[in-house]
Unconditional design. Structure first.
Length: 70
């Protein structure tokens, strides 16, 4: 699927931007994002994964979720 055929990405919330800065500047292999339901954790995780892949920090991403629609 081409990028142009997908729906546009929602703008990141301030907490997501701050968390991405911390994620990208961290040296630990793990990062925990905790927020209330509907706060945008999935959007944050997808953006973090895309940036890590684009920067070459990781080669692959594995997604495990108990909810099928995610």
């Amino acid at each position: 699927m081409s990028r142009s055929s997908r729906s546009p990405r929602p703008p990141l919330r301030p907490w997501q931007e701050k968390a991405l800065v911390r994620f990208e500047s961290g040296t630990e292999p793990d990062f925990l994002a905790v927020a209330t339901p509907g706060a945008g954790k999935t959007t944050f995780a997808l953006e973090a994964a895309q940036r890590a892949l684009a920067a070459g920090r990781v080669r692959r991403v594995v997604v495990v979720t108990p909810t099928q629609h995610l």
